[in-house]
Ligand binder design. Structure first.
Ligand code: UGA
Length: 433
């Protein structure tokens, strides 16, 4: 089988590299020529553990992976084309911007020659895959292609493992022929008995949004429980632990913190709420999740400012800028939102992140970048841990103590034990405890 992946963003590149790892000849396409030139030299445009090795291996050794800016060239003899272009939130609206998907559809309709399965893998609102079919069929005979919805569930930072060992594969199809091709494609996962859920196209599209929205709801829920815990003297980590032991609830995604960020949850929750509105439904649960998450970073920053009476001229050491560990992605990062609030008040932010500094600086030029967590703490009035990178989990606290002006720590990811820090002399604040 020859595969084509259109769009070399996060999902596209991981999908392409991992399918090559499964042994398929895979061509990745992107209209951004400079991106393609870099990829041809195995230069990945983002940080993701393991991706550089896969790119190198399949570009240079197996030669199963190739890159081109031309859809026409790539799809000529393709069996399956994955659409993995971006679907960002539209400016001034909560809807997903699907213009990139429609552009690809028009191109495919002109260049597909023999029967081909066209798959939406980007997160797309329900109805998109069917509309895609309509657009392609304006130029291409219906017996020359089928459309399929096959949403991706990988997480940044553990994307390759998530792709190689998924909890499930979802296939939204409308013909047995395309379903069989897709099942054949995922045959390498039979060995680890990955469940395949076969559904209609609409159901598959809803599954992706419902999954992300549910996970976001879990986080939003535990964050509000954390606020309550702080008021009543309870400990949210113990609450989450005990809740999570109940198999009906589950322990994952119950870590209280500064709110969810990244390129997926905020965008997808908004788009899902919008889909409901379009159908005259009131999605009040998700509306509340979205709103509570939007104000959370600002509220946290204001709480810190009030608690320690921080003002112009004070310095804060901010550890972590990426929206989560193991990525350089700072899109919708709560850490940056918190930093903005401090900067507005004239407070200096000395910061360090293992991967996200360059992109963070391009968004917030006032950030003072440092070479290490310790350097960021120099003469600061407190340290805030905003992203739970491994290297922040076992900091040399005595060294931090030497650097800080005031021994105050805000551990927004609850990675430290308060009593240990208090013993060394720190004033410790976690989330919900
Ligand atoms: C998320 C989903 O987890 C993936 O399954 C999905 O494929 C992906 O979106 C997508 O739609 O492409 P991702 O955004 O990479 O993946 O990151 P997550 O690990 O889900 O974290 C999202 C945010 O929630 C982060 O800001 C993280 O810090 C926060 N979070 C997560 C919490 O605050 N508490 C938790 O318990 C878990």
């Amino acid at each position: 089988m020859k595969l084509v992946v259109v769009g070399t963003g996060y999902v596209g590149l991981i999908t392409g590299a991992c399918f090559a790892e499964f042994g398929y000849e895979t061509v990745c396409v992107d209209k951004d020529k400079s991106r393609i030139d870099k990829l041809k030299n195995a230069k990945c445009p983002f940080f993701e553990p393991g991706i550089d090795g896969l790119l190198n291996k399949h570009l240079n050794d197996t030669k199963l992976l190739s890159f081109t800016p031309s859809i026409a060239e790539a799809v000529e003899d393709a069996n399956v084309v994955f659409i993995t272009v971006g679907t960002p939130t539209k400016r001034l609206e909560n809807d997903a911007d699907l213009s990139a998907v429609w552009d690809v559809a028009v191109e495919l309709s002109k260049h597909i020659k023999d029967y081909c399965v066209v798959v939406t893998k980007s997160t797309v609102p329900v109805g998109t895959t069917t509309k895609l079919k309509k657009i392609i069929s304006k130029k291409l005979d219906l017996n020359k292609f089928d459309v399929v919805s096959n949403p991706e569930f990988l997480r940044e930072g553990s994307a390759i493992n998530d792709f190689m060992r998924p909890d499930r594969i979802v296939l939204g199809t409308e013909s047995k022929k395309s379903e069989n091709i897709m099942r054949e494609l995922y045959r390498p996962l039979n060995l680890i008995e990955t469940p395949i859920v076969s559904t209609s196209i609409e159901t598959s599209e809803v599954i992706k949004y419902a999954s992300n929205s549910f996970l976001a709801t879990k986080i939003g829920f535990i964050n509000q429980i954390a606020d309550l815990c702080e008021k009543v003297g309870a400990n949210v980590q113990d609450v989450a632990k005990a809740m999570g032991i109940d198999k009906r609830i589950g322990s994952k995604f119950l870590h209280a913190g500064p709110g969810f960020g990244g390129s997926c949850f905020p965008k997808d929750v908004k788009a899902f709420v919008n889909t409901a509105y379009k159908h005259d439904l009131d999605f009040s649960i998700l509306d509340a999740v979205m709103k509570s998450n939007e104000v959370r970073p600002t509220n946290i920053a204001q709480k810190i400012i009030k608690l320690k009476n921080f003002k112009q001229g004070n310095t804060i050491a901010l550890l972590g800028l990426s929206f989560k560990p193991n990525t350089n992605d700072v899109r919708d990062s709560t850490s940056i939102k918190i930093a903005k609030e401090f900067i507005k008040k004239g407070i200096k932010i000395q910061t360090y992140d293992p991967q996200g500094m360059k992109s963070a600086k391009s968004i917030l030029k006032e950030l003072i970048l440092c070479n290490s967590a310790y350097e960021a703490c120099r003469s600061a009035n407190c340290v805030i841990i905003a992203t739970e990178w491994n290297e922040f989990r076992a900091l040399d606290l005595n060294k931090i103590k030497e650097k800080l002006k005031d021994l105050v720590i805000f551990d927004l990811r609850n990675i430290y034990n308060p009593s240990e820090l208090e013993q060394i002399g720190f004033e410790y604040y976690g989330v919900g405890k």
